[in-house]
Design a protein around this ligand. Structure first.
Ligand code: NAD
Length: 508
């Protein structure tokens, strides 16, 4: 790990602030980053003070004045070069993601691949950013719309996707002509510093204005500064629903724009015709991948009564084969939770399941002994619970899967929609009537609805996000770029008269 940290230029005591080309130590409290893999301290940073924060925002504002005038395809070319740098540093950055956050090496590398993919997407987008033309009702008039950049975009990210979420926002925002100020999770500051290091050379060699890519490490208070700051027209916030509500209120009070990507409580429906050879691995990956710490993790499994016992048995068998341990060891299936607080939350949920009369098909356990010294490893578990149990309404960020039985598809859809969150959903069926009902307006109420694919593992080409308490935001592909720009409608009169809209007569 030492060689990797060196290659990514992460020192034992690293500067926690950056305007792209310049980095400095913040005057706020010390933030230590410990790995959940082995409990070791990796490095520390000094968080931002309010003065540091203001300095960064001022730099970002200055940079915006120049950056917005760079033609979009030229901005795309810079993003293309960034993608090349991430290709070159994929192994190192992916390994650090795995070590600092605790996800498997494969998933750490996958996150860096997402950065590369969104760079490619953004490059193409930089020659598009299409507006529409409309036909005017007035003679010799032309009407069209165009998209202009917004300004400073604040990006508040969560620990579980410590780098990919930033890139979904930043790469699109940059080709749109915005500048970015990133506040990463206080649980994963080093991967964020590493991203700044990776792109630094591109910023320098292209003489990109200092301040286009800013980083401010710190905790909740830095996020609050961004949410309350009128100099930041868009705040993109990924994290818990609790955080999203606070950000939405603060941004709303100043009539700013927020893009919210919040908690999920995702379900898979397994219908009688489901191909279990496809469904079982999808369910297991969805429930235990990233130790159940994906916003799209599968938390509820709604199984038809006719195949309920078979699914339960096959899942128990599959869970029995799971290897839990060091995520950097490719033989392990499940790594640690992010910290011991997350372990406490897993234990509290387990206790609540027991109190509410739930039954564990696969038992929960906190692991100890050699290899588990960090105290962050837990066993993925499966609990049979009533769909009405209060605990089922909550997202617990841990590998706990609820097993629920259904009789009719309408009932299954009602159970699946009967939670406050609305991120990802899936059905396993070979029956076209069932899949179409599930995808129809009376089917899933989520932002993502899949057929014969699990709830997690989205591609960057589609718009990503969810409804209800998930926040309603959309990031990444499709036309998600529009949130980073302001729309302007233009009407041009090239005639010699002044006809008014709606036929209104006004003569002077
Ligand atoms: P969290 O809400 O604790 O923290 C997320 C970020 O918000 C951190 O950077 C934190 O410092 C900041 N923050 C906290 N309170 C704030 C406030 N009042 N104002 C401004 N900023 C504040 O979340 P977490 O534990 O890091 O991540 C897990 C959560 O994120 C889960 O609920 C998960 O579902 C969600 N998540 C959602 C998506 C999505 O795309 N929908 C993606 C990843 C994670």
């Amino acid at each position: 790990m030492e060689a990797i940290l060196k290659k990514l230029n992460i020192q034992s005591q690293s500067p926690g602030l950056s305007t792209g080309q310049q980095s400095w130590e913040g005057r706020g409290p010390l933030l230590e980053s410990y790995s959940p893999v082995d409990g070791q301290r990796i490095a520390s940073v000094h968080e931002a003070s309010r003065e540091d924060y203001d300095r960064v925002i001022q730099k970002a504002q200055e940079a915006y004045q120049a950056w917005r005038q760079v033609p979009a395809p030229k901005r795309g070319e810079i993003v293309r070069q960034m993608g090349e740098r991430f290709r070159a540093y994929k192994t190192e950055l992916g390994t650090l993601v795995s070590y600092e956050m605790g996800k498997s090496l494969q998933e750490g590398l996958g996150e860096v691949q997402e950065i590369i993919d969104i760079c490619d997407f953004a490059v193409g987008l930089s020659r598009q950013l299409y507006g529409l033309t409309m036909h005017s009702e007035r003679p010799s008039h032309r009407m069209y719309e165009q998209w202009h950049p917004l300004g400073v975009v604040g990006i508040i990210s969560a620990f579980n996707f410590p780098v990919a979420v930033w890139s979904w926002n930043a790469m699109l925002a940059w080709v749109c002509g915005d500048v970015c100020v990133w506040k990463p999770s206080e649980k994963t500051p080093l991967t964020a510093l590493a991203c700044q290091q990776v792109i630094r050379e591109v910023l320098e060699s292209n003489e990109v204005p200092e301040g286009v890519s800013c980083l401010i490490t710190g905790g909740r208070s830095v996020g609050e500064w961004l949410a309350n700051d009128v100099r930041v027209p868009l705040v993109s916030a990924t994290g818990s629903t609790r955080m999203g509500k606070a950000v939405a209120e603060a941004v709303g009070r100043r009539l700013g724009r927020s893009l919210l990507e919040l908690g999920g409580n995702n379900a898979i429906i397994v219908a009688p015709s489901a191909d279990l050879e496809v469904a079982i691995p999808a369910i297991v990956f969805g429930a235990v991948g990233t130790a159940g710490q994906r916003c799209t993790s599968t938390r509820r499994l709604i199984v038809h009564a006719s195949i309920y016992d078979e699914v339960k048995e096959r899942l128990s068998k599959a869970y029995g084969q799971l290897r839990i341990g060091d995520p950097l060891d490719e033989h392990q299936h499940v790594g640690p939770l992010i910290d011991t607080t997350a372990v406490e939350s897993y234990q509290a949920t387990v206790a609540e399941i027991e109190q509410s009369g739930g039954y564990f098909v696969v038992a929960p356990r906190v692991l100890d002994g050699p290899g588990y010294e960090s105290g962050c490893y837990v066993a993925p578990c499966i609990a049979e619970v009533a769909p009405t149990a209060a605990i089922v309404q909550h997202e617990t960020f841990a590998p706990i899967l609820y097993l629920i039985r259904y009789e009719t598809l309408e009932e299954a859809i009602a159970i699946q929609n009967g939670v406050p969150q609305g991120l990802s959903s899936a059905i396993f069926t070979l029956n076209v009537r069932e899949s179409e009902l599930f995808l129809s307006q009376v089917g899933s109420d989520c932002g993502i609805a899949n057929v014969n694919i699990g709830t997690s593992g989205a591609e960057i080409g589609g718009a990503f996000g969810g409804e209800k308490e998930t926040g309603g935001g959309r990031e990444s592909g499709s036309d998600a770029w529009k949130v980073y720009m302001r729309r302007q409608t233009n009407t041009i009169n090239y005639g010699t008269a002044l006809p008014l809209a709606q036929g209104i007569k006004f003569e002077v």
